[in-house]
Ligand binder design. Structure first.
Ligand SMILES: Nc1ncnc2c1ncn2[C@@H]1O[C@H](COP(=O)(O)OP(=O)(O)OP(=O)(O)O)[C@@H](O)[C@H]1O
Length: 613
Protein backbone atom coordinates (compact mmCIF):
# COMPACT_ATOMS: atom_id res chain seq x y z
CA UNK A 1 0.00 0.00 0.00
CA UNK A 2 2.95 2.33 0.75
CA UNK A 3 4.39 1.74 -2.72
CA UNK A 4 0.96 2.18 -4.28
CA UNK A 5 0.47 5.44 -2.40
CA UNK A 6 3.95 6.56 -3.52
CA UNK A 7 3.20 5.84 -7.16
CA UNK A 8 -0.19 7.51 -7.01
CA UNK A 9 1.29 10.52 -5.23
CA UNK A 10 3.87 10.80 -7.99
CA UNK A 11 1.09 10.82 -10.60
CA UNK A 12 -0.97 13.40 -8.71
CA UNK A 13 2.11 15.61 -8.16
CA UNK A 14 3.13 15.37 -11.79
CA UNK A 15 -0.27 15.87 -13.43
CA UNK A 16 -2.93 17.15 -10.99
CA UNK A 17 -5.34 18.59 -13.58
CA UNK A 18 -5.10 15.64 -15.96
CA UNK A 19 -5.54 13.23 -13.07
CA UNK A 20 -8.71 15.06 -11.96
CA UNK A 21 -10.01 14.89 -15.53
CA UNK A 22 -9.15 11.20 -15.69
CA UNK A 23 -10.99 10.47 -12.42
CA UNK A 24 -14.06 12.34 -13.73
CA UNK A 25 -14.10 10.41 -17.02
CA UNK A 26 -13.60 7.17 -15.09
CA UNK A 27 -16.60 7.76 -12.84
CA UNK A 28 -18.71 8.63 -15.87
CA UNK A 29 -17.70 5.55 -17.84
CA UNK A 30 -18.16 3.39 -14.73
CA UNK A 31 -21.67 4.60 -14.03
CA UNK A 32 -22.80 4.86 -17.66
CA UNK A 33 -23.43 1.14 -18.46
CA UNK A 34 -25.64 0.78 -15.37
CA UNK A 35 -27.55 3.97 -16.20
CA UNK A 36 -27.95 2.89 -19.82
CA UNK A 37 -29.25 -0.52 -18.74
CA UNK A 38 -31.88 1.05 -16.45
CA UNK A 39 -32.94 3.57 -19.10
CA UNK A 40 -33.26 0.73 -21.62
CA UNK A 41 -35.37 -1.25 -19.15
CA UNK A 42 -37.68 1.74 -18.60
CA UNK A 43 -37.92 2.34 -22.31
CA UNK A 44 -38.77 -1.29 -23.06
CA UNK A 45 -41.35 -1.43 -20.28
CA UNK A 46 -42.90 1.90 -21.45
CA UNK A 47 -43.09 0.60 -25.01
CA UNK A 48 -44.50 -2.74 -23.81
CA UNK A 49 -47.44 -0.95 -22.12
CA UNK A 50 -50.59 -0.92 -24.26
CA UNK A 51 -50.87 2.90 -24.24
CA UNK A 52 -47.14 3.28 -25.05
CA UNK A 53 -46.71 6.53 -23.14
CA UNK A 54 -43.80 8.25 -21.40
CA UNK A 55 -41.10 6.70 -23.56
CA UNK A 56 -39.80 10.07 -24.81
CA UNK A 57 -37.88 10.80 -21.63
CA UNK A 58 -35.82 7.55 -21.45
CA UNK A 59 -35.34 7.68 -25.23
CA UNK A 60 -33.90 11.23 -25.12
CA UNK A 61 -31.84 10.40 -22.01
CA UNK A 62 -30.40 7.39 -23.83
CA UNK A 63 -29.43 9.56 -26.81
CA UNK A 64 -27.74 12.14 -24.55
CA UNK A 65 -25.96 9.37 -22.60
CA UNK A 66 -24.68 7.89 -25.88
CA UNK A 67 -23.29 11.24 -27.01
CA UNK A 68 -21.73 11.92 -23.60
CA UNK A 69 -20.09 8.51 -23.54
CA UNK A 70 -18.70 8.93 -27.03
CA UNK A 71 -17.03 12.23 -26.08
CA UNK A 72 -15.99 10.91 -22.67
CA UNK A 73 -14.00 8.14 -24.29
CA UNK A 74 -11.88 10.63 -26.27
CA UNK A 75 -11.39 12.95 -23.31
CA UNK A 76 -10.31 9.96 -21.21
CA UNK A 77 -7.76 8.91 -23.86
CA UNK A 78 -6.32 12.43 -24.00
CA UNK A 79 -6.16 12.68 -20.19
CA UNK A 80 -4.48 9.26 -20.07
CA UNK A 81 -1.76 10.28 -22.51
CA UNK A 82 -1.29 13.59 -20.73
CA UNK A 83 -0.88 11.82 -17.38
CA UNK A 84 1.60 9.42 -19.02
CA UNK A 85 3.66 12.29 -20.45
CA UNK A 86 3.77 14.34 -17.27
CA UNK A 87 4.44 11.33 -15.03
CA UNK A 88 7.27 10.13 -17.32
CA UNK A 89 8.86 13.59 -17.23
CA UNK A 90 8.61 13.83 -13.47
CA UNK A 91 9.78 10.24 -12.88
CA UNK A 92 12.79 10.62 -15.16
CA UNK A 93 13.76 13.88 -13.47
CA UNK A 94 13.52 12.31 -10.00
CA UNK A 95 15.36 9.19 -11.14
CA UNK A 96 18.34 11.00 -12.64
CA UNK A 97 18.53 13.38 -9.70
CA UNK A 98 18.90 10.25 -7.55
CA UNK A 99 21.48 8.72 -9.89
CA UNK A 100 23.80 11.71 -9.59
CA UNK A 101 23.17 12.24 -5.85
CA UNK A 102 25.78 9.86 -4.34
CA UNK A 103 29.27 11.17 -3.85
CA UNK A 104 31.12 8.31 -5.53
CA UNK A 105 30.83 6.35 -8.74
CA UNK A 106 31.50 2.78 -7.58
CA UNK A 107 27.84 1.80 -7.72
CA UNK A 108 27.67 2.78 -11.36
CA UNK A 109 30.39 0.18 -12.01
CA UNK A 110 28.40 -2.60 -10.37
CA UNK A 111 26.56 -4.82 -12.92
CA UNK A 112 23.76 -5.52 -10.42
CA UNK A 113 23.43 -1.79 -9.85
CA UNK A 114 23.21 -1.19 -13.60
CA UNK A 115 20.48 -3.86 -13.85
CA UNK A 116 18.53 -2.06 -11.14
CA UNK A 117 19.02 1.23 -12.94
CA UNK A 118 17.63 -0.14 -16.16
CA UNK A 119 14.65 -1.61 -14.33
CA UNK A 120 14.15 1.67 -12.50
CA UNK A 121 14.28 3.60 -15.74
CA UNK A 122 11.77 1.27 -17.36
CA UNK A 123 9.56 1.35 -14.26
CA UNK A 124 9.82 5.12 -13.98
CA UNK A 125 8.61 5.44 -17.55
CA UNK A 126 5.65 3.11 -17.34
CA UNK A 127 4.84 1.97 -13.80
CA UNK A 128 3.32 5.12 -12.23
CA UNK A 129 1.15 5.80 -15.26
CA UNK A 130 0.09 2.17 -15.70
CA UNK A 131 -0.53 1.87 -11.98
CA UNK A 132 -2.69 4.97 -12.08
CA UNK A 133 -4.54 3.66 -15.13
CA UNK A 134 -5.01 0.29 -13.39
CA UNK A 135 -6.30 1.90 -10.19
CA UNK A 136 -8.71 4.05 -12.21
CA UNK A 137 -9.81 1.01 -14.19
CA UNK A 138 -10.40 -0.83 -10.90
CA UNK A 139 -12.47 2.14 -9.71
CA UNK A 140 -14.43 2.25 -12.94
CA UNK A 141 -15.02 -1.49 -12.89
CA UNK A 142 -16.05 -1.27 -9.22
CA UNK A 143 -18.71 1.36 -10.01
CA UNK A 144 -20.06 -0.71 -12.93
CA UNK A 145 -19.88 -3.95 -10.97
CA UNK A 146 -21.61 -2.51 -7.92
CA UNK A 147 -24.44 -1.14 -10.07
CA UNK A 148 -24.97 -4.37 -11.98
CA UNK A 149 -24.59 -6.58 -8.92
CA UNK A 150 -27.33 -4.54 -7.22
CA UNK A 151 -29.48 -4.96 -10.35
CA UNK A 152 -28.73 -8.71 -10.43
CA UNK A 153 -29.36 -9.09 -6.70
CA UNK A 154 -32.76 -7.42 -7.15
CA UNK A 155 -33.64 -10.15 -9.63
CA UNK A 156 -31.86 -13.04 -7.90
CA UNK A 157 -29.46 -12.68 -4.93
CA UNK A 158 -28.13 -16.21 -5.51
CA UNK A 159 -27.16 -15.50 -9.10
CA UNK A 160 -25.48 -12.25 -8.01
CA UNK A 161 -23.38 -14.07 -5.36
CA UNK A 162 -22.51 -16.92 -7.76
CA UNK A 163 -21.32 -14.60 -10.50
CA UNK A 164 -19.33 -12.42 -8.07
CA UNK A 165 -17.63 -15.44 -6.44
CA UNK A 166 -16.65 -16.85 -9.84
CA UNK A 167 -14.23 -13.91 -10.10
CA UNK A 168 -12.11 -15.10 -7.17
CA UNK A 169 -10.22 -17.97 -8.86
CA UNK A 170 -9.63 -15.66 -11.81
CA UNK A 171 -8.12 -13.06 -9.49
CA UNK A 172 -5.78 -15.57 -7.82
CA UNK A 173 -4.63 -16.96 -11.16
CA UNK A 174 -4.06 -13.51 -12.67
CA UNK A 175 -2.00 -12.33 -9.70
CA UNK A 176 0.14 -15.46 -10.02
CA UNK A 177 0.69 -14.69 -13.70
CA UNK A 178 1.48 -11.03 -13.08
CA UNK A 179 4.10 -11.98 -10.47
CA UNK A 180 5.67 -14.37 -12.94
CA UNK A 181 5.68 -11.62 -15.57
CA UNK A 182 7.39 -9.20 -13.16
CA UNK A 183 10.00 -11.84 -12.22
CA UNK A 184 10.64 -12.47 -15.90
CA UNK A 185 11.20 -8.76 -16.50
CA UNK A 186 13.83 -8.74 -13.75
CA UNK A 187 15.45 -11.96 -15.02
CA UNK A 188 15.81 -10.82 -18.63
CA UNK A 189 17.16 -7.38 -17.75
CA UNK A 190 20.90 -8.29 -17.89
CA UNK A 191 20.41 -9.87 -21.33
CA UNK A 192 18.46 -6.89 -22.59
CA UNK A 193 21.21 -4.59 -21.34
CA UNK A 194 23.76 -6.60 -23.31
CA UNK A 195 21.46 -6.48 -26.33
CA UNK A 196 21.22 -2.67 -25.98
CA UNK A 197 25.02 -2.51 -25.74
CA UNK A 198 25.47 -4.44 -29.01
CA UNK A 199 22.82 -2.25 -30.65
CA UNK A 200 24.65 0.86 -29.46
CA UNK A 201 27.97 -0.49 -30.81
CA UNK A 202 26.41 -1.13 -34.19
CA UNK A 203 25.06 2.43 -34.34
CA UNK A 204 27.96 4.27 -32.70
CA UNK A 205 30.15 6.21 -35.04
CA UNK A 206 33.20 5.71 -32.78
CA UNK A 207 32.82 1.94 -32.89
CA UNK A 208 32.08 1.97 -36.61
CA UNK A 209 35.74 2.12 -37.64
CA UNK A 210 36.74 -1.13 -35.93
CA UNK A 211 33.45 -2.79 -36.78
CA UNK A 212 33.98 -2.06 -40.48
CA UNK A 213 37.70 -2.84 -40.52
CA UNK A 214 37.51 -6.08 -38.55
CA UNK A 215 34.20 -7.08 -40.18
CA UNK A 216 32.46 -7.26 -36.80
CA UNK A 217 28.95 -6.43 -38.05
CA UNK A 218 27.65 -10.03 -38.34
CA UNK A 219 29.40 -10.96 -35.06
CA UNK A 220 27.67 -8.25 -33.01
CA UNK A 221 24.39 -8.73 -34.90
CA UNK A 222 24.33 -12.41 -33.96
CA UNK A 223 25.15 -11.60 -30.33
CA UNK A 224 22.37 -9.01 -30.31
CA UNK A 225 19.89 -11.44 -31.88
CA UNK A 226 20.86 -14.20 -29.41
CA UNK A 227 20.28 -11.96 -26.38
CA UNK A 228 16.98 -10.71 -27.76
CA UNK A 229 15.82 -14.22 -28.66
CA UNK A 230 16.63 -15.45 -25.14
CA UNK A 231 14.62 -12.61 -23.60
CA UNK A 232 11.76 -13.32 -25.99
CA UNK A 233 11.83 -17.03 -25.10
CA UNK A 234 11.32 -16.12 -21.45
CA UNK A 235 8.49 -13.73 -22.30
CA UNK A 236 6.91 -16.28 -24.63
CA UNK A 237 6.86 -18.85 -21.83
CA UNK A 238 4.87 -16.42 -19.67
CA UNK A 239 2.55 -15.59 -22.59
CA UNK A 240 1.87 -19.31 -23.16
CA UNK A 241 1.08 -19.81 -19.47
CA UNK A 242 -1.21 -16.77 -19.63
CA UNK A 243 -2.98 -18.20 -22.67
CA UNK A 244 -3.55 -21.53 -20.93
CA UNK A 245 -4.81 -19.99 -17.69
CA UNK A 246 -6.91 -17.30 -19.40
CA UNK A 247 -8.51 -19.86 -21.73
CA UNK A 248 -9.50 -22.11 -18.84
CA UNK A 249 -10.82 -19.21 -16.81
CA UNK A 250 -12.81 -17.87 -19.77
CA UNK A 251 -14.57 -21.25 -20.08
CA UNK A 252 -15.29 -21.23 -16.32
CA UNK A 253 -16.74 -17.71 -16.21
CA UNK A 254 -18.73 -18.24 -19.42
CA UNK A 255 -20.22 -21.41 -17.90
CA UNK A 256 -21.19 -19.55 -14.71
CA UNK A 257 -22.75 -16.63 -16.65
CA UNK A 258 -24.49 -18.97 -19.11
CA UNK A 259 -25.96 -21.01 -16.27
CA UNK A 260 -27.04 -17.85 -14.47
CA UNK A 261 -28.65 -16.52 -17.65
CA UNK A 262 -30.59 -19.72 -18.28
CA UNK A 263 -31.76 -19.83 -14.65
CA UNK A 264 -32.86 -16.20 -14.70
CA UNK A 265 -34.69 -16.55 -18.03
CA UNK A 266 -36.48 -19.55 -16.60
CA UNK A 267 -37.63 -17.41 -13.65
CA UNK A 268 -38.79 -14.53 -15.87
CA UNK A 269 -40.42 -17.04 -18.25
CA UNK A 270 -42.25 -18.36 -15.21
CA UNK A 271 -43.79 -14.89 -14.74
CA UNK A 272 -41.39 -13.60 -12.05
CA UNK A 273 -40.42 -10.45 -14.06
CA UNK A 274 -41.05 -8.17 -17.05
CA UNK A 275 -39.40 -8.08 -20.51
CA UNK A 276 -37.58 -4.96 -19.30
CA UNK A 277 -36.19 -7.01 -16.40
CA UNK A 278 -34.87 -9.48 -18.96
CA UNK A 279 -33.01 -6.68 -20.79
CA UNK A 280 -31.49 -5.50 -17.47
CA UNK A 281 -30.51 -9.06 -16.67
CA UNK A 282 -28.76 -9.60 -19.98
CA UNK A 283 -26.94 -6.25 -19.64
CA UNK A 284 -26.14 -6.95 -15.99
CA UNK A 285 -24.65 -10.38 -16.66
CA UNK A 286 -22.53 -9.02 -19.53
CA UNK A 287 -21.61 -5.99 -17.43
CA UNK A 288 -20.65 -8.04 -14.36
CA UNK A 289 -18.60 -10.41 -16.47
CA UNK A 290 -16.71 -7.66 -18.26
CA UNK A 291 -16.44 -5.61 -15.05
CA UNK A 292 -14.96 -8.60 -13.24
CA UNK A 293 -12.55 -9.25 -16.10
CA UNK A 294 -11.43 -5.59 -16.13
CA UNK A 295 -11.11 -5.53 -12.37
CA UNK A 296 -9.11 -8.73 -12.18
CA UNK A 297 -6.77 -7.84 -15.01
CA UNK A 298 -6.30 -4.33 -13.59
CA UNK A 299 -5.48 -5.73 -10.14
CA UNK A 300 -2.97 -8.07 -11.77
CA UNK A 301 -1.43 -5.22 -13.78
CA UNK A 302 -1.27 -3.05 -10.66
CA UNK A 303 0.46 -5.88 -8.80
CA UNK A 304 3.02 -6.31 -11.58
CA UNK A 305 3.61 -2.56 -11.85
CA UNK A 306 4.03 -2.30 -8.08
CA UNK A 307 6.82 -4.87 -8.21
CA UNK A 308 8.49 -2.90 -11.00
CA UNK A 309 7.84 0.39 -9.24
CA UNK A 310 9.67 -0.89 -6.16
CA UNK A 311 12.90 -0.86 -8.24
CA UNK A 312 12.27 2.75 -9.20
CA UNK A 313 11.43 3.68 -5.60
CA UNK A 314 14.58 1.90 -4.30
CA UNK A 315 16.80 3.97 -6.61
CA UNK A 316 15.01 7.25 -5.98
CA UNK A 317 14.93 6.76 -2.21
CA UNK A 318 18.49 5.54 -1.70
CA UNK A 319 20.26 7.21 -4.63
CA UNK A 320 22.50 5.91 -7.43
CA UNK A 321 21.61 2.33 -8.21
CA UNK A 322 19.53 1.60 -5.14
CA UNK A 323 22.16 -0.50 -3.39
CA UNK A 324 22.48 -0.14 0.36
CA UNK A 325 25.34 2.18 1.18
CA UNK A 326 27.56 1.59 4.14
CA UNK A 327 28.19 4.42 6.52
CA UNK A 328 31.67 3.08 7.30
CA UNK A 329 34.50 5.48 6.90
CA UNK A 330 36.55 2.79 5.20
CA UNK A 331 34.43 1.59 2.35
CA UNK A 332 35.15 -1.96 1.22
CA UNK A 333 33.09 -1.38 -1.89
CA UNK A 334 35.33 1.53 -2.82
CA UNK A 335 32.18 3.61 -2.87
CA UNK A 336 32.20 7.16 -1.60
CA UNK A 337 29.60 7.18 1.16
CA UNK A 338 26.80 9.63 1.55
CA UNK A 339 26.93 12.04 4.47
CA UNK A 340 24.17 11.66 7.06
CA UNK A 341 24.06 15.39 7.74
CA UNK A 342 25.46 18.53 6.09
CA UNK A 343 29.24 18.62 6.37
CA UNK A 344 31.58 21.62 6.62
CA UNK A 345 32.82 23.00 3.34
CA UNK A 346 36.46 22.80 2.29
CA UNK A 347 38.36 26.07 2.57
CA UNK A 348 41.23 27.16 0.30
CA UNK A 349 44.20 24.77 0.33
CA UNK A 350 46.46 26.52 2.84
CA UNK A 351 48.31 23.62 4.51
CA UNK A 352 48.33 20.52 2.35
CA UNK A 353 46.52 17.68 0.70
CA UNK A 354 47.89 14.49 2.25
CA UNK A 355 47.55 10.77 1.70
CA UNK A 356 48.10 8.91 4.99
CA UNK A 357 48.87 5.23 4.49
CA UNK A 358 46.16 4.91 1.85
CA UNK A 359 45.21 1.41 0.78
CA UNK A 360 42.73 0.94 -1.99
CA UNK A 361 41.10 -1.79 -4.02
CA UNK A 362 38.10 -1.31 -6.27
CA UNK A 363 36.09 -4.22 -4.87
CA UNK A 364 36.53 -6.45 -1.81
CA UNK A 365 37.49 -9.41 -4.00
CA UNK A 366 39.93 -7.60 -6.29
CA UNK A 367 43.66 -6.99 -5.85
CA UNK A 368 45.02 -4.07 -3.88
CA UNK A 369 45.90 -1.23 -6.23
CA UNK A 370 47.43 1.00 -3.55
CA UNK A 371 49.22 -0.57 -0.57
CA UNK A 372 49.94 2.21 1.85
CA UNK A 373 50.55 5.44 -0.05
CA UNK A 374 51.88 8.50 1.76
CA UNK A 375 51.86 11.63 -0.35
CA UNK A 376 51.87 15.37 0.34
CA UNK A 377 50.86 18.13 -2.05
CA UNK A 378 51.39 21.62 -0.66
CA UNK A 379 49.81 24.87 -1.88
CA UNK A 380 51.45 26.12 -5.05
CA UNK A 381 53.55 22.95 -5.36
CA UNK A 382 53.72 20.92 -8.56
CA UNK A 383 53.96 17.16 -8.12
CA UNK A 384 54.61 14.76 -10.97
CA UNK A 385 53.28 11.22 -10.68
CA UNK A 386 55.07 8.48 -12.59
CA UNK A 387 54.66 4.72 -12.84
CA UNK A 388 54.21 1.84 -15.21
CA UNK A 389 50.81 1.10 -16.76
CA UNK A 390 48.40 0.00 -14.06
CA UNK A 391 50.55 1.36 -11.22
CA UNK A 392 47.57 3.27 -9.84
CA UNK A 393 48.28 6.87 -10.92
CA UNK A 394 44.76 7.60 -12.20
CA UNK A 395 43.39 5.87 -9.12
CA UNK A 396 45.23 8.41 -6.95
CA UNK A 397 43.64 11.24 -8.99
CA UNK A 398 40.16 9.71 -8.64
CA UNK A 399 40.59 9.31 -4.88
CA UNK A 400 41.43 13.01 -4.54
CA UNK A 401 38.23 13.85 -6.43
CA UNK A 402 36.32 11.54 -4.02
CA UNK A 403 35.06 9.37 -6.85
CA UNK A 404 36.09 6.52 -4.53
CA UNK A 405 37.13 6.39 -0.92
CA UNK A 406 40.28 4.86 0.53
CA UNK A 407 39.68 1.31 1.66
CA UNK A 408 42.09 2.00 4.52
CA UNK A 409 43.93 5.12 5.61
CA UNK A 410 42.79 8.65 4.87
CA UNK A 411 43.24 11.65 2.63
CA UNK A 412 43.18 15.02 4.35
CA UNK A 413 42.54 18.55 3.07
CA UNK A 414 44.18 21.09 5.40
CA UNK A 415 44.30 18.30 7.99
CA UNK A 416 40.59 17.35 7.74
CA UNK A 417 39.58 13.97 6.35
CA UNK A 418 37.98 14.43 2.93
CA UNK A 419 35.08 12.29 4.12
CA UNK A 420 34.34 14.87 6.81
CA UNK A 421 34.06 17.65 4.24
CA UNK A 422 31.26 18.45 1.85
CA UNK A 423 32.29 16.63 -1.35
CA UNK A 424 30.95 19.31 -3.69
CA UNK A 425 33.01 21.97 -1.91
CA UNK A 426 36.18 19.88 -2.26
CA UNK A 427 35.45 19.35 -5.93
CA UNK A 428 34.90 23.05 -6.50
CA UNK A 429 38.50 23.55 -5.34
CA UNK A 430 39.88 20.93 -7.73
CA UNK A 431 40.09 21.04 -11.49
CA UNK A 432 41.06 18.06 -13.62
CA UNK A 433 41.71 16.72 -17.06
CA UNK A 434 40.97 13.01 -16.82
CA UNK A 435 42.76 10.50 -18.99
CA UNK A 436 39.40 9.42 -20.41
CA UNK A 437 38.01 12.92 -20.73
CA UNK A 438 34.59 13.50 -22.29
CA UNK A 439 33.72 14.87 -25.72
CA UNK A 440 30.24 16.30 -25.39
CA UNK A 441 27.93 16.39 -28.41
CA UNK A 442 27.40 20.11 -27.91
CA UNK A 443 28.72 23.41 -29.22
CA UNK A 444 32.39 24.38 -28.82
CA UNK A 445 31.39 27.05 -26.29
CA UNK A 446 29.35 24.55 -24.24
CA UNK A 447 32.19 22.02 -24.38
CA UNK A 448 34.48 24.51 -22.64
CA UNK A 449 31.79 26.06 -20.42
CA UNK A 450 30.93 22.78 -18.67
CA UNK A 451 34.31 23.08 -16.89
CA UNK A 452 32.68 25.69 -14.65
CA UNK A 453 29.04 26.47 -15.32
CA UNK A 454 29.11 29.22 -12.72
CA UNK A 455 32.17 30.99 -14.13
CA UNK A 456 31.37 34.48 -15.32
CA UNK A 457 33.18 36.16 -18.16
CA UNK A 458 30.99 34.98 -21.03
CA UNK A 459 32.67 34.15 -24.30
CA UNK A 460 35.76 36.18 -23.36
CA UNK A 461 36.29 33.90 -20.35
CA UNK A 462 35.83 30.79 -22.48
CA UNK A 463 38.29 32.10 -25.05
CA UNK A 464 40.89 32.91 -22.38
CA UNK A 465 40.63 29.33 -21.06
CA UNK A 466 40.81 27.94 -24.60
CA UNK A 467 43.87 30.10 -25.28
CA UNK A 468 45.66 28.43 -22.33
CA UNK A 469 45.00 25.10 -24.02
CA UNK A 470 46.13 26.45 -27.39
CA UNK A 471 42.76 25.81 -29.01
CA UNK A 472 41.20 29.30 -29.10
CA UNK A 473 42.17 30.09 -32.68
CA UNK A 474 40.94 26.72 -33.92
CA UNK A 475 37.54 27.10 -32.23
CA UNK A 476 37.13 30.71 -33.31
CA UNK A 477 37.85 29.69 -36.92
CA UNK A 478 35.08 27.05 -36.97
CA UNK A 479 32.18 27.78 -39.39
CA UNK A 480 30.04 29.29 -36.65
CA UNK A 481 32.86 30.13 -34.25
CA UNK A 482 32.33 28.97 -30.68
CA UNK A 483 28.66 28.28 -31.47
CA UNK A 484 29.65 25.51 -33.88
CA UNK A 485 28.24 22.13 -32.93
CA UNK A 486 31.07 19.66 -32.23
CA UNK A 487 29.20 16.57 -33.25
CA UNK A 488 28.95 14.10 -36.05
CA UNK A 489 25.59 12.76 -34.94
CA UNK A 490 23.53 15.80 -33.92
CA UNK A 491 22.46 18.81 -35.99
CA UNK A 492 23.40 22.27 -34.88
CA UNK A 493 20.67 24.04 -32.87
CA UNK A 494 20.68 27.01 -35.18
CA UNK A 495 21.34 27.47 -38.89
CA UNK A 496 25.15 26.90 -38.68
CA UNK A 497 26.84 23.64 -39.59
CA UNK A 498 28.68 21.26 -37.28
CA UNK A 499 32.38 20.43 -37.19
CA UNK A 500 34.61 17.55 -36.20
CA UNK A 501 37.79 17.94 -34.17
CA UNK A 502 40.85 15.71 -34.18
CA UNK A 503 41.78 13.66 -31.11
CA UNK A 504 44.48 16.13 -30.05
CA UNK A 505 42.14 19.08 -30.59
CA UNK A 506 39.53 17.41 -28.38
CA UNK A 507 42.20 16.93 -25.75
CA UNK A 508 42.93 20.64 -25.84
CA UNK A 509 39.21 21.37 -25.41
CA UNK A 510 39.33 19.19 -22.27
CA UNK A 511 42.35 21.14 -21.05
CA UNK A 512 40.46 24.40 -21.74
CA UNK A 513 37.60 23.05 -19.64
CA UNK A 514 39.98 22.48 -16.72
CA UNK A 515 41.63 25.85 -17.27
CA UNK A 516 38.25 27.58 -17.01
CA UNK A 517 38.17 26.70 -13.33
CA UNK A 518 41.18 28.94 -12.83
CA UNK A 519 40.35 29.64 -9.20
CA UNK A 520 40.77 25.98 -8.19
CA UNK A 521 43.45 25.28 -5.57
CA UNK A 522 44.55 22.02 -7.15
CA UNK A 523 44.84 21.16 -10.82
CA UNK A 524 45.06 17.47 -11.73
CA UNK A 525 46.30 16.69 -15.20
CA UNK A 526 46.15 12.98 -16.05
CA UNK A 527 47.99 12.50 -19.32
CA UNK A 528 46.88 15.89 -20.59
CA UNK A 529 49.14 15.92 -23.61
CA UNK A 530 49.21 12.32 -24.82
CA UNK A 531 47.46 13.29 -28.05
CA UNK A 532 49.29 16.55 -28.66
CA UNK A 533 51.97 17.06 -31.27
CA UNK A 534 55.42 18.00 -29.95
CA UNK A 535 55.03 21.73 -30.65
CA UNK A 536 51.56 21.87 -29.10
CA UNK A 537 52.72 19.90 -26.09
CA UNK A 538 55.54 22.36 -25.36
CA UNK A 539 53.22 25.36 -25.86
CA UNK A 540 50.41 23.91 -23.73
CA UNK A 541 52.80 22.97 -20.93
CA UNK A 542 54.28 26.46 -20.94
CA UNK A 543 50.81 27.99 -20.84
CA UNK A 544 49.64 25.64 -18.08
CA UNK A 545 52.72 26.51 -16.06
CA UNK A 546 51.65 30.16 -16.02
CA UNK A 547 48.07 29.11 -15.27
CA UNK A 548 49.26 26.94 -12.38
CA UNK A 549 51.23 29.72 -10.75
CA UNK A 550 50.11 29.80 -7.12
CA UNK A 551 48.03 26.68 -7.68
CA UNK A 552 49.02 23.19 -6.56
CA UNK A 553 49.14 20.65 -9.35
CA UNK A 554 49.37 16.93 -9.79
CA UNK A 555 50.64 16.04 -13.22
CA UNK A 556 50.49 12.43 -14.41
CA UNK A 557 52.37 11.66 -17.57
CA UNK A 558 54.36 8.99 -19.33
CA UNK A 559 56.18 11.76 -21.23
CA UNK A 560 58.73 12.31 -18.52
CA UNK A 561 60.20 15.40 -20.16
CA UNK A 562 57.00 17.25 -19.27
CA UNK A 563 57.53 16.42 -15.59
CA UNK A 564 61.13 17.37 -15.13
CA UNK A 565 60.28 20.88 -13.90
CA UNK A 566 57.91 19.57 -11.23
CA UNK A 567 58.85 20.50 -7.66
CA UNK A 568 58.67 16.84 -6.73
CA UNK A 569 58.30 13.67 -8.71
CA UNK A 570 56.68 10.65 -7.06
CA UNK A 571 57.15 7.22 -8.59
CA UNK A 572 54.52 4.56 -7.88
CA UNK A 573 55.53 0.91 -7.96
CA UNK A 574 54.00 -2.15 -6.34
CA UNK A 575 51.18 -0.02 -4.94
CA UNK A 576 53.60 2.11 -2.91
CA UNK A 577 55.68 5.25 -3.34
CA UNK A 578 58.82 3.66 -4.75
CA UNK A 579 60.81 6.87 -5.19
CA UNK A 580 60.26 10.58 -4.63
CA UNK A 581 62.32 13.68 -5.20
CA UNK A 582 63.34 16.20 -7.82
CA UNK A 583 64.26 15.14 -11.36
CA UNK A 584 67.97 15.60 -10.64
CA UNK A 585 67.79 13.61 -7.41
CA UNK A 586 65.91 10.74 -9.02
CA UNK A 587 68.30 10.68 -11.98
CA UNK A 588 71.24 10.55 -9.62
CA UNK A 589 69.61 7.71 -7.70
CA UNK A 590 69.43 5.57 -10.86
CA UNK A 591 66.13 3.86 -9.98
CA UNK A 592 62.97 3.22 -12.00
CA UNK A 593 62.50 6.90 -12.88
CA UNK A 594 66.05 7.22 -14.18
CA UNK A 595 65.69 4.03 -16.26
CA UNK A 596 62.39 5.21 -17.75
CA UNK A 597 63.76 8.67 -18.49
CA UNK A 598 66.93 7.36 -20.11
CA UNK A 599 64.92 4.91 -22.19
CA UNK A 600 62.73 7.73 -23.50
CA UNK A 601 65.67 10.04 -24.06
CA UNK A 602 67.50 7.34 -26.05
CA UNK A 603 64.50 7.12 -28.38
CA UNK A 604 64.89 10.78 -29.29
CA UNK A 605 68.67 10.76 -29.78
CA UNK A 606 70.11 11.04 -33.27
CA UNK A 607 72.13 8.08 -34.52
CA UNK A 608 75.74 8.48 -33.37
CA UNK A 609 78.09 9.96 -35.93
CA UNK A 610 79.89 7.37 -37.97
CA UNK A 611 77.11 4.78 -37.56
CA UNK A 612 75.11 3.94 -40.65
CA UNK A 613 71.83 5.94 -40.66
N1 LIG B 1 36.99 1.36 -12.21
C1 LIG B 1 37.82 0.36 -11.98
N2 LIG B 1 37.36 -0.80 -11.47
C2 LIG B 1 38.19 -1.83 -11.22
N3 LIG B 1 39.51 -1.80 -11.46
C3 LIG B 1 40.03 -0.67 -11.97
C4 LIG B 1 39.21 0.45 -12.27
N4 LIG B 1 40.00 1.43 -12.76
C5 LIG B 1 41.24 0.93 -12.77
N5 LIG B 1 41.26 -0.31 -12.30
C6 LIG B 1 42.44 -1.15 -12.13
O1 LIG B 1 43.32 -0.45 -11.26
C7 LIG B 1 44.66 -0.60 -11.70
C8 LIG B 1 45.31 0.78 -11.73
O2 LIG B 1 44.66 1.54 -12.73
P1 LIG B 1 45.05 3.05 -12.98
O3 LIG B 1 44.19 3.53 -14.07
O4 LIG B 1 45.03 3.80 -11.71
O5 LIG B 1 46.56 2.89 -13.46
P2 LIG B 1 47.52 3.96 -14.10
O6 LIG B 1 48.78 3.94 -13.32
O7 LIG B 1 46.85 5.28 -14.25
O8 LIG B 1 47.74 3.28 -15.52
P3 LIG B 1 48.07 3.90 -16.95
O9 LIG B 1 49.48 4.36 -16.93
O10 LIG B 1 47.90 2.74 -17.87
O11 LIG B 1 47.11 5.00 -17.20
C9 LIG B 1 44.61 -1.30 -13.02
O12 LIG B 1 45.04 -2.63 -12.83
C10 LIG B 1 43.17 -1.30 -13.44
O13 LIG B 1 42.80 -2.50 -14.04
Amino acid sequence: MKRLAGAMALAVRAAPASMALRVGTTLLSGAAPVGVAWLTRNLIDDLARPQRSGFWLPACALAVAGALLAVNQHVARFADREVARQVALSAQTELFAAVTRPVGIAELEDPAGQNRLRLAQQAGQEAPQQLTAAVLAIGQAAVTLAGFLVALAALSPLIAVLVAVSGLPVLVAQIGLSRRRAETTVRITPGLRRQAHYAMLLMDVRAAKEIRLFGLGPYFRSRLARELAQAQDAERAVDKATLRVDGLLAVLTAAVSGGALVAAIARIGGGAGTVGDLSVLIAALAGVQSGLATMVSSIATADQMLILYSHYAAVVESGATGSAESGDRSSETGSATRPASPLPTAGPLRQSLEFHDVWFRYTPDSDWILRGIDLIIEPGQSVGLVGLNGAGKSTVAKLICRLYEPTRGSITWNGTDLRDLDAASVRSRVSAVFQDFMSYEMSAADNVAVGDLEAGGGEAGLRAAAAHAGIDETLAALPDGYRTMLSRVFDADGPGSGATLSGGQWQRVAIARAALRAGADLLILDEPSSGLDALAEAAVHESLRTLRTGQASLLISHRLSSLRDADRIVVLGGGRVAEAGSHDLLMARGGLYARLFQQQARGYQLPALGRPA
